[in-house]
Write a protein that binds this ligand. Sequence first.
Ligand code: ZN
Ligand code: ZN
Length: 390
Amino acid sequence: MRLPEILTADLPFLTALRRDLHAHPELGFEEERTSGIVADLLEKAGIAVTRGLGGTGVVGTLQVGNGTRRIGLRADMDALAMPETAERPYKSTVAGKMHACGHDGHTALLLGAARYLAKTRNFSGTVHFIFQPAEEGRGGARRMVEDGLFERFPCDAVYGLHNMPGLGTDEMAVVAGPQLASSDSWRVTFRGAGTHGAKPHLGKDPITAAATFLASLQTIVGRVVDPLQPAVVSACSVQAGNPQALNVIPDSVEIGGTARAYSPGVRDQLETEIGRLAHGTAAMYGIAADYGFERRIPPVVNDADATARALKAAGIVFGGKLRTAFPPSTAGDDFAYFAGEAPGCYVWLGNGPAVDGALHHNTAYDFNDDAIGPGVAFWTALVEQELAPA
Ligand SMILES: [Zn+2]
Ligand SMILES: [Zn+2]
């Protein structure tokens, strides 16, 4: 892969920046330092900057020529509440926080693209560089949308990028259709009547009901959802009783988990069926069930036209290393909220082989600096293609 000279010259700066961000991770909506660095660098590049959108979000706007088309490029800035265990010179300096999803890299890539495009200006139209807070489950994208992101910075298309271990740093995957699942939370409380563990007939045991519910839970995916439609239902938390009181049947059991789907229909189905199973189980055991399903993030489904545009740019940069078939992820990304406001495309940038088996959200994960050049080259090619002068 041959990178433009201006970009190659900027790689040492971008690498140092990426490592500095890695060493100073900040959780969602707390990205004060990170967003300050982002805003300062955008301003230094001569780009109009709006701070504080959706809390700690930043938007940089670069308008060149008289083209009327406007596009948004998204980078997420937040880290995760987990310790970094691997030793590296730029290891997290903050206990219990680390960049384990590579958002430090995403931030550096988009800044690299902004710096490059502000110099070369080889396009005609408007680019909004969107630096979002709080992608990791804290709702940063939604906050930015609610804060008027697309009213203040209208976009005819919006693009997102995520690093992907397992793909080489000279590889990218750009695929139409579903990329990431919806990510919703559900809670069930079985409410019985606590009693002496030796006298179950004098109470209403919610533990046995919970066990029946959990044992049946996978029949939703196995027996109700279309086998050709992916879906995940996982129970991830069970709370009841007290290990110090093994002769007490508790009043209630609280269960919670996640539900994932790639289509609105299956998403609706999961919401309905988990509730049906909870209420049905409760009825069977003569107890009560409370059920809640919280819709957190819609699925990310790539728009056909935006995908065609991303493919064209990725083809220029990655050539034969561009993958047009790649399995979707059961993870979620709140980029879905942006893609709900404008035609969207989400692409996977190779992060190289998983080092020591460390994947996203592993305490040893790291963004691969070899991906900075290719990643910046993709963003810049995308802008130059998307907003090609007439
Ligand atoms: Zn993540
Ligand atoms: Zn991520």
